[in-house]
Design a protein around this ligand. Structure first.
Ligand code: URA
Length: 311
């Protein structure tokens, strides 16, 4: 029981160490209402899954459109749209490379996600496809669809985990404290949002900033895969373990993955392109563990050198 201000401070420190960021919010939060909304979201997702294929749900009225791509690239077929047998497996081959974690969730919804993503010929269409996709309940608890920011013609694309509270409020990725650190990290190698592109593997904030489940990640995987294909950068930087593990299909921790070049495959079976990937530490982790900034700095120097070599 909390009986003194010291106890209260210790309790708040403990919450902060666990990653809670909204114990003290500007407005009171009705957690019962949040649960209710999630239940409704699940119901809507179920109803959507029972609709005949091709019948599209009404679009999400909320959520600012934030990316106006200056170019559109031709549609490339997804190399490996997940088949039913793949979806049922716990680990299966997914677009992009490695054996990614698949979902135990609804196979119809996964097929729907893959079809919507694959058929999006531009970033604007991909954002619309996400807004119309009801197969992930995070959509219904989030305030915004946080799609991407920066220059869609950039040669480097940074991919994080999921929007936090500030990103959800503003509809733009990496604008909170972690985002400010990311901006500084990018600036250290001569990068900013005018010559880089930034997004997340998930476009909706998980409630309370919890880690997205593997099912949620797998459900939205076709969208981030198509996002990468449409931006088609020279280099990818995966920020943190969740993005790196999901997109590389690896169970290795980020401390083992970071600092080593990897590849992410895009395109069709007939014409695949491997994009070099540098997994590095997430800026939110660096805020908590500043001693690791040196490692992230080394990783970014690798990125800068590779960009020079590819220029
Ligand atoms: N953390 C992320 O991974 N992405 C954001 O957009 C913000 C914080």
């Amino acid at each position: 029981m909390v009986t003194s201000s010291d106890d209260l401070a210790a309790l708040l420190d403990w919450y902060a160490a666990l990653g809670a960021d909204c114990a003290l919010d500007e407005a009171p939060q009705n957690r019962f209402e949040e649960t209710q909304r999630q239940l409704q979201a699940r119901q809507q997702a179920r109803i959507h899954a029972q609709r005949p294929q091709g019948q599209v749900a009404p679009s999400n009225p909320a959520g600012p459109a934030i990316v106006s791509p200056s170019r559109s690239k031709p549609s490339t077929p997804l190399p490996n749209s997940p088949s039913r047998s793949q979806q049922k497996a716990t680990a299966s081959s997914m677009p992009g490379g490695g054996a990614a974690f698949a979902t135990s969730g609804n196979a119809g919804q996964l097929e729907d996600a893959a079809a919507r993503a694959m058929h999006a010929p531009t970033l604007i269409e991909l954002r619309k496809a996400l807004a119309e996709f009801d197969g992930c309940s995070l959509k219904f608890s989030a305030k915004s669809l946080v799609f991407g920011d920066g220059n869609p013609d950039a040669d480097v694309m940074f991919i994080g985990e999921a929007p936090g509270r500030d990103e959800d409020l503003q509809g733009v990725p990496f604008v909170g404290r972690a985002g400010q650190l990311l901006d500084k990290m990018m600036a250290a190698i001569g990068r900013d949002r005018s010559n880089s592109y930034i997004t997340n593997i998930l476009p909706w904030r998980p409630p309370g900033n919890r880690q997205p489940s593997l099912d949620e990640q797998a459900m939205l995987r076709p969208f981030i895969h198509r996002h990468i294909e449409l931006v088609n950068p020279k280099i990818l930087v995966f920020l943190g373990g969740t993005a790196a593990q999901q997109l590389l299909g690896s169970k290795e921790g980020i401390m083992r993955l970071r600092g080593k070049w990897n590849n992410y495959a895009i395109g069709s079976e007939n014409s695949t392109r491997n994009i070099p990937v540098m997994p590095t530490l997430h800026p939110a982790f660096l805020l908590r563990t500043p001693a690791q900034k040196r490692s992230a700095w080394q990783d970014l120097l690798e990125v800068a050198a590779k960009l020079d070599a590819l220029a």
